[in-house]
Design a protein around this ligand. Structure first.
Ligand code: GLN
Length: 485
């Protein structure tokens, strides 16, 4: 095994025993990035200087015996996280020269443990997309098949883990942007409960839905990362002040008696046969381990995509109003007056998908349409939330596919936004309900593409879904396969 192949846990034990130094591990990772990046395109910005300085500091910390689990571990962040002094673009031309004056809390928490920052990862522009094709910094290719998309919007966060360009990464998930790329790239990705992780310093897309979470090689690493990220932050008024459990300690391997719900609305005709097979096999695996299955219904599932595309775009139209060419970001030259400068800066700075969403959201919020669209969507959101509350009265977790198909071809859906939106049908309801869910590798298609399994938990039920995913991982070998690149 190469150093870049190691999980957090494996690298941690080698760093601890001083078998390798963080400088060596970081050097190996930077070399790996250089060699595979031309084929994949995971990064918008690589930060070798920062990485080596972090690694040297980590080695000193290790030598002094003050080591945390993430000390010296080389990580990379989606380019939506503010990083003080390091360019942060959010995948957009409008922020192509933006250098933030402070860092996101999520990154600060990782820094406290002494992590190494390798760089900033590619993503869909302002996290709007499911394929990473809306980035202003080029597409990302799926390491399992470079003619295919890695998923989105955290496409670079998933491809970097799958191509072993980072030991683990951070993403954000507003409608599926951690879980769907994790599924398509064969990694573990977790969207925590709304409020579990601080959103401070994370560029806002749809503030009532956005959550921060990790993408990792395996479930143990995912638990380690969540433990580092979770917790109340006075700087984010929506972060919740409940104690952070020891997530790694929850991985007991025991799912005997666990009640798993299977929502009939998620096992529909039109599901890709390979995805269907992977789900059936996963159910069998859980049965063998002693879990019990319960048929459930989430009756408002059909309305989730429409509801999401009203609420998310409405919030986005408001959040993105701040990019006006005055305070930060791209400013158009040769404007006749102030209004012309706003119009030109925004017209030049935003891409097609972002403009589409600003227009939809503005329309949904405009007087005369507000009640018919935005208010109605909020009411349906409540119904969707109630579906989950009711379902969780009888089950501990809910098992579904992450996406209806494995990774699609680059270009396949780019001209058909509705098809692209529908690919998030199984992930979006979780964000609307505000609860937690993860994707764990559960098989491969006939073409050798990874397929993820989604486990949805109760609010603040991260321990249970991690335990269930870990038990599944112990019983299968999917997570041990590596993309050949
Ligand atoms: N694909 C969904 C969208 O385009 C979700 C994106 C996300 O979770 N950031 O909005």
């Amino acid at each position: 095994m190469e150093l870049f192949d190691l999980s957090i846990r494996e690298l941690h034990s080698k760093l601890k025993s001083k078998e390798v130094s963080s400088v060596e591990a970081t050097g190996a990772m930077l070399a790996r990035i250089e060699s595979v990046e031309p084929q994949i395109g995971s990064f918008i910005t690589v930060t070798p200087g920062q990485a080596m300085a972090d690694a040297e500091a980590a080695d000193k910390r290790i030598a002094s015996g003050e080591m945390d689990l993430l000390t010296g571990i080389p990580l990379a962040l989606k380019d939506i996280f503010l990083t003080e002094g390091i360019r942060t673009t959010c995948g957009s031309r409008i922020l192509s020269n933006f250098v933030p004056p402070y860092s996101a809390t999520a990154y600060e928490k990782l820094k406290e443990q002494g992590v190494v920052l390798l760089g900033k990862l590619n993503q869909d522009e302002f996290a709007m997309g499911s394929s990473n094709e809306s980035s202003a910094f080029g597409m990302v290719r799926n390491p399992w098949d470079t003619t295919r998309i890695p998923g989105g919007s955290s496409g670079g966060s998933a491809s970097a883990v799958a191509a072993r360009q980072a030991t683990a990464t951070l993403g954000t998930d507003t409608g599926g942007s951690i879980r769907q790329p994790a599924s398509h790239c064969g990694c573990v990705g977790l969207k925590p409960t709304y409020g579990r992780v601080s959103r401070y310093g994370v560029i806002a897309y749809a503030s009532s839905l956005d959550q921060v979470g990790p993408l990792t090689r395996d479930v143990t690493d995912c638990a380690i990362m969540l433990g580092a990220l979770a917790g109340h932050d006075p700087k984010d008024s929506t972060s919740v002040n409940t104690p952070v459990p020891d997530y790694a300690a929850a991985l007991t391997g025991d799912v005997k008696g666990l009640r798993i719900g299977l929502p009939k609305e998620y096992f529909i005709e039109g599901l890709d046969p390979d995805v269907q097979t992977a789900m059936s096999q996963a159910i069998e695996t859980y049965r063998r381990m002693g879990a019990e299955f319960v048929d459930i219904s989430l009756p408002h599932t059909d309305y989730a995509v429409a509801t999401y595309y009203l609420i998310a775009t409405a919030e986005a139209s408001s959040n993105l109003a701040r990019y006006d060419g005055v305070r930060f970001g791209h400013r158009a030259e040769e404007a006749a007056n102030l209004l012309d400068m706003y119009v030109k800066s925004r017209s030049q700075g935003f891409g097609v998908e972002v403009k589409r969403r600003i227009m939809i959201g503005t329309y949904a919020l405009s007087s005369g349409y507000y009640d018919a669209y935005y208010v109605k969507a909020q009411k349906v959101r409540t119904l969707i939330m109630r579906d989950f509350i009711r379902a969780f009265e009888g089950v501990d977790v809910i098992l579904t596919p992450v996406a209806p198909t494995p990774a699609f071809k680059i270009g396949e859906k780019v001209n058909d936004p509705l098809q692209m939106y529908l690919s998030d049908i199984f992930t979006i309801p979780v964000n609307l309900a505000g609860t937690c869910a993860l994707s764990v590798p559960a098989g491969f298609s006939a073409d050798g593409l990874p397929i993820g399994l989604q486990l949805i938990g109760k609010p603040f039920g991260e321990e249970t879904i991690l335990r269930a995913a870990h038990a599944f991982e112990q019983a299968t070998e999917w997570h041990t396969r590596k993309a050949v690149i």
